[in-house]
Design a binder for this molecule. Structure first.
Ligand SMILES: [Mn+2]
Length: 285
């Protein structure tokens, strides 16, 4: 049983970065890492999940999971992939063709996988097999550091069901610590960690919750595409729609957050330059 929540100490030797939903856009990531002179010996790169589907290099993005400096949580796209090949993992048997073609995974951009498997022949390429074993082990939450330097990485949101008001809308560090101790969360929390948009949809509603929630450390997330990163109740959403810039819409792009410098770097397809903006994250103690 893989860990649902993983914990890492603060990085005292190098810098920590967080990347938004990659969705196969490895070339954009490489551009950003080059810009920050990413040091594979000392720096760490955290991913909010959704490595696959939509963009040009889905398998290469999954293969980042083999790098010692790369730490990703499971996104809803990885969850859909696992759902459709669950049978494969314990038995080495791929699902039947019809089930596979009708799966949520294939409907949501998973066609790339046909390059690496052949269901009729029960063939699965070694590269994909190796990547899948890493996907299977992905946690839902990373807790990094302690005290003031603590932050979390998740895919979607730490929201509660039926919140009474903004203040009661999110889970707190104390809840996460308890889940960690028990290595257990409810199915409802898991679904919200992977799929929830109840917090990020305030963009449209206008009734904005505060940026920071007392008792919840900064929680980097993705999942809901936004042109610039959004901050609600300690959540910082970094999904700026990397793959959406493939058709030339440079309002969207891939965003990388430099935790130490409080800076966000973004780049897009059809756009050579990299924008650097200050993104200061408030904290309440
Ligand atoms: Mn996504």
């Amino acid at each position: 049983m893989p860990s649902i929540i993983k914990k890492l100490p603060a990085n005292i030797h190098g810098k920590d970065y967080v990347i938004g939903d990659l969705h196969g856009c490895l070339d954009l990531l490489e551009r950003l890492l080059q810009k920050v002179n990413f040091n594979a010996q000392h720096d760490r790169l955290f991913s909010v999940g959704d490595l696959i589907d939509r963009g040009p290099y889905p398998l290469s993005c999954l293969q980042l999971l083999h790098k010692p400096w790369f730490f990703a949580v499971k996104g809803n796209h990885e969850a859909m992939l696992l759902d459709c090949i669950t049978e494969y993992l314990p038995t080495n048997t791929l699902p039947n063709t019809t089930d596979f073609e009708d799966s949520d995974f294939i409907y949501n951009g998973g066609e790339w996988i046909y390059k690496w498997i052949n269901i009729e022949n029960q063939f699965i390429a070694t590269e994909l097999k190796d990547a899948l074993s890493a996907v299977f082990k992905l946690p839902l939450i990373y807790i990094v550091g302690t005290g003031e330097s603590r932050f979390h990485v998740i895919h979607a949101e730490l929201t509660k069901p039926n919140p009474f008001n903004h203040d009661e809308m999110v889970w707190l560090d104390s809840d996460i610590d308890q889940w960690y101790a028990e290595n257990s969360i409810t199915t409802e929390v898991e679904q919200r960690l992977l799929w929830s948009r109840s917090l990020m949809r305030f963009d449209a509603a206008g009734d904005y919750p505060a940026k920071v929630q007392k008792g919840l450390s900064t929680t980097f997330c993705g999942h809901s595409i936004t042109k610039t990163p959004k901050q609600f109740l300690s959540h910082v959403c970094l999904d700026t729609g990397a793959f959406m810039s493939m058709n030339g819409n440079t309002d969207f792009g891939l965003s990388l957050y430099d935790v130490k410098e409080s800076q966000c770097l973004s780049t897009a397809y059809h756009q050579e330059e990299i924008s650097v903006t200050n993104l200061f994250i408030e904290k309440i103690n």
